[in-house]
Design a protein around this ligand. Structure first.
Ligand code: HEM
Ligand code: CU
Length: 845
């Protein structure tokens, strides 16, 4: 079978190997940079882009402080102030915090885990472009003076059509959803890459602690973002087409938005914190000069934290009128979440206490983190106590708490991380004469700004006011806050200058300047596009790696895959838990497709903003078509059988195994999609149980025959997908089965559209009809996507990418159609059952 595979040359000298790999992996110069898909390139771009958004968001923050420095400020009017502080909060969270932690993950994870790249390089690039375009749309809206203005959490009814008639809220809903989708796609590939692409021998329990943090964070993203995406879609549908999900006069509920928002919002705090905590857990042992204390306890703690954080979103809603029992429950839960955080804290302190800490710039910022984050944690425990929250809610105390937590968790560890990893990139080190004073200015300025806000809050100053009269006793506190914010900004400015100076004039350092024991230091400085010339094997036992010796041996090609074969970009796939190599993953080359696809996605968003819905639909279809096209030539065009990877080991290419990365990626996708679906079900039940105006005499009749028709058609499609898989693996032609599946899906979609047309009460009139519309729409959409899967299958069978041994495509289609059938049965069952359910509850006010 494997006739024309190039044989690996024996003992390639380091330099020749380097040249060969460079030729295969490098991104071209000039315009070809736009085609880059490499994780180092994209990761670096993301760092820079998120830092630019941080600067813009910072300027907006400064503007708010100028306005609030003195009473009766007339620097801005109320409307401008609303836009400025809404954009400040939204930018800081959606365009800076989340992308910044993701960029750390994108740049560092493959290097720390000892692999050459992520599993889906083109998706990395697509995610980056979507982020850049979405962020640009939001920024431009600010210049056009149509920026979002109803607060960064967009509470309805303030953000609904009645109170925010312009496009301001649409910009937020569409722009943020765009950015979230990119975050979600990155999260999926992070999960797959961490699980499937570690260095051989790196079993899960020997993975560097950073890998655990990133894995848990990415999994949290997969479950945390869908509720917000759903909420944004429903609110946008309400604003654009008048379907009342959040309008209480027509059976909707404004509180549903808050639930969906905070189901995302609270876990998001930990999504931001955990990767940075991972950076801390990586740096602290290095500076303490001894291994991390309590590796296992930390792993347990972060998993516990992930679970707990999803259960306490209601602590953001203590004042909306929640039953007493629920208050007690969520209050206790919020206090308990301090425990796993404390476990990490004590592990860090113990590591420092047992070692001989070395002072350097990153350590300064780590000290800053300890101080600021502890303070934020303490006020957090205060706010978890319901009576206190009732007092402090919507005062500046919350703003103070939030900045202590977010900046403590993010800004300080981020700067520590910059200073720690920058030598890897530049081979140079910081200029201390700037770095140290910069730290102190940031630290003092930060505390001056935000400590005062605790006091202004306790004195009763509400947040989001654009001015105050001056006789409340808030004057000098506000002035000090504003002065502090300028001190902090000067500090940030100095840190930026310091980093730029380091890039150009920093003192040269040797490899691994901090004496670290993780793999990223065992590569060239700066890293080559292929990361490792050959892939290390992690020996048994948990002795730390010695990057210096390892680096030379890897560069000489003494690890796995220490050769260039067929011009392929090769990486190793491993068994998820044991870390034993089980496949060669052949990665795609640079291409403009991600950029083009993102441009069309952006065009769809813009068309929606300008209310050109048909154009938008067309753009969505082009985007989907491009995805199918991108899948066209992915993988390998023929069977190869086991390929040698060095050290006498041979494994098959990823196209010929069952546990290939795309399979795992689809499972992650379905988890995300299933969370969205569950949120939709939750919303339906929530409205039925809690929303006003659900009289029992609505007596709607969904058409049972049509519903049955949808289900039967879906079952036929799923069965036909099984048939196509069976006949292909038996070596016969599957096109008939695929055709049958396609016809069944078309029938299902037609029946679903008919069903939507006959829904009563009309979706415009009542939330009952609107939720039925959404549930059936969900089913129709998934049947449509199933159709794309089938088209892709046909094209790829024709092009020879599917064979009895290369079945991944067909297995993906089967899984998708099974999922569509199951969710379809649940959704339609609920649509049919709702009228009866409504009747049992009776008329409510
Ligand atoms: C130059 C430093 C900063 C200043 C002067 C500043 C100032 C402010 C002010 C005045 C508000 C409005 C509060 C309100 O009326 O509700 C605000 C809100 C907010 N800030 Fe900052 N901020 C700064 C840095 C940051 C950073 C570093 C982050 C995140 C990483 C951040 C995230 C937020 C968020 C999410 C909100 C919305 C809070 C809410 O109202 O719920 N800020 N900030
Ligand atoms: Cu929370």
């Amino acid at each position: 079978m494997s006739a024309s595979v190039e044989q690996p040359p024996e003992g390639a000298p380091a330099l020749r190997l380097h040249r060969q790999l460079e030729k295969i992996w490098a991104t071209g110069p000039g315009w070809q940079r736009l085609a880059a898909v490499n994780h180092s390139v994209i990761g670096l771009r993301m760092v820079i882009t998120s830092f630019v958004f941080f600067a813009i968001g910072g300027v907006l923050g400064m503007l708010t402080r100028v306005q609030l420095a003195t009473p009766n400020g007339d620097f801005m009017d109320a409307e401008t102030y609303n836009q400025v502080f809404t954009m400040h909060g939204s930018m800081m969270l959606f365009l800076f915090a989340i992308p910044m932690v993701e960029s750390f993950a994108v740049y560092l994870t493959p290097k720390i885990l000892g692999t050459r790249d992520f599993a889906f390089p083109r998706l990395t690039a697509y995610g980056y472009w979507c982020y850049l375009l979405g962020g640009t749309i939001l920024t431009v809206s600010l210049l056009a003076r149509v920026a979002p203005n109803s607060g960064w959490f967009m509470y309805t009814p303030l953000s609904s059509n009645v109170y925010t008639p312009g496009v301001n809220a649409d910009v937020w809903l569409l722009g943020v959803t765009f950015v979230e989708i990119s975050a979600l796609s990155l999260a999926m590939e992070i999960v797959v890459s961490v699980l499937k692409m570690r260095a051989p021998g790196m079993s899960l329990d020997r993975m560097p602690i950073f890998g655990w943090y990133i894995l848990v964070t990415a999994m949290m993203m997969i479950v945390a973002f869908p509720p917000l995406i759903l909420g944004s879609i429903l609110l946008e549908i309400e604003r654009a087409f008048g379907l009342p999900f959040f309008d209480p006069t027509r059976g909707g509920s404004a509180l549903l938005w808050q639930h969906l928002f905070w189901l995302f919002g609270h876990p998001d705090v930990y999504i931001i914190f955990l990767p940075m905590a991972g950076a801390l857990s990586t740096m602290i042992p290095v500076f303490a000069n001894r291994p991390l204390v309590g590796y296992r306890a930390i792993v347990v703690a972060i998993i516990a934290l992930a679970f707990l954080s999803f259960g306490i979103w209601v602590h953001h809603m203590f004042t909306v009128g929640i039953p007493h029992l629920a208050l007690a429950f969520f209050s206790a839960g919020s206090a308990i979440v301090a425990v796993p955080t404390a476990v990490q804290f004590f592990a860090w302190l113990a590591t420092l206490a047992h070692g001989r800490p070395r002072w350097d710039v990153p350590m300064l910022y780590i000290f800053g983190f300890f101080f600021v984050f502890t303070a934020g944690g303490l006020t957090g425990v205060m706010l978890a106590i319901v009576p206190f929250d009732w007092q402090a809610h919507d005062t500046y105390f919350i703003v103070a708490h939030m900045h202590y937590v977010v900046a403590g968790a993010l800004a300080f560890p981020m700067l520590a991380g910059f200073y720690y990893w920058l030598p890897l990139l530049t081979g140079r080190t910081a200029a201390y004469r700037l770095a140290v004073p910069a730290f102190w200015l940031i630290f003092i300025g930060f505390n001056l700004t935000f400590f005062m806000m605790h006091l202004t809050g306790l004195l009763g100053m509400p947040r989001r006011v654009f001015t105050y009269s001056g006789d409340e006793g808030w004057n000098w506190l506000n002035l000090l806050s504003s002065v502090g914010s300028f001190v902090m900004t000067i500090g940030f400015g100095m840190a930026v200058i310091d980093i730029i100076v380091q890039l150009r004039f920093g003192r040269r350092v040797r490899r691994n300047p901090w004496n670290a024991t993780t793999l990223e230091w065992a590569m060239q400085m700066p890293p080559a596009p292929y990361a490792f010339a050959s892939i290390p094997r992690i020996a048994t036992g948990s002795e730390p790696v010695a990057p210096d010796q390892l680096a030379l041996s890897l560069a000489r090609g003494e690890g796995y895959l220490g050769f260039a074969r067929n011009g392929w970009q090769e990486a190793l796939g491993v068994h998820m838990t044991s870390g034993e190599p089980d496949q060669v993953i052949v990665l795609p080359q640079p291409t403009y497709l991600p950029l083009i696809t993102a441009l069309f996605t952006g065009a769809a968003v813009l068309a929606m903003l300008f209310k050109l819905y048909l154009l938008s639909l067309a753009m969505v279809l082009v985007t989907l078509g491009l995805f199918v096209l991108a899948g066209q030539r992915a993988g390998l065009g023929r069977d190869y059988g086991p390929l040698p990877i060095g050290h006498g080991v041979s494994v098959p290419p990823h196209t010929e195994v069952a546990s290939a990365p795309p399979w795992l990626a689809l499972i992650c996708t379905l988890v995300a999609d299933g969370t969205l679906f569950t949120s939709l079900i939750f919303g339906t039940f929530y409205l039925w149980i809690a929303a006003p105006h659900w009289p029992s005499n609505l007596a709607p009749q969904a058409n049972r025959m049509l519903a049955l028709g949808v289900i039967v058609a879906l079952v036929i499609a799923a069965a036909a997908a099984r048939g196509s898989l069976r006949s292909t693996s038996a070596g016969s032609n599957a096109q008939g089965w695929i055709g049958l599946a396609a016809i069944a899906l078309l029938a299902a979609m037609t029946a679903a559209v008919g069903l939507i047309g006959s829904v009563t009460p009309h979706p415009h009139e009542h939330a009952l009809g609107a939720t039925a519309w959404a549930l059936i729409g969900f089913v129709a959409l998934h049947a449509g996507i199933g159709l794309l899967f089938l088209i892709s299958n046909l094209l790829r069978i024709r092009a020879g990418f599917i064979s009895p041994r290369r079945l991944t495509d067909l297995r993906l289609t089967r899984l998708w159609l099974d999922y569509t059938t199951v969710t379809g049965v649940i959704a339609l069952g609920l649509v049919l059952a709702l009228p009866a359910l409504v009747a049992t509850l009776g008329a409510r006010p």
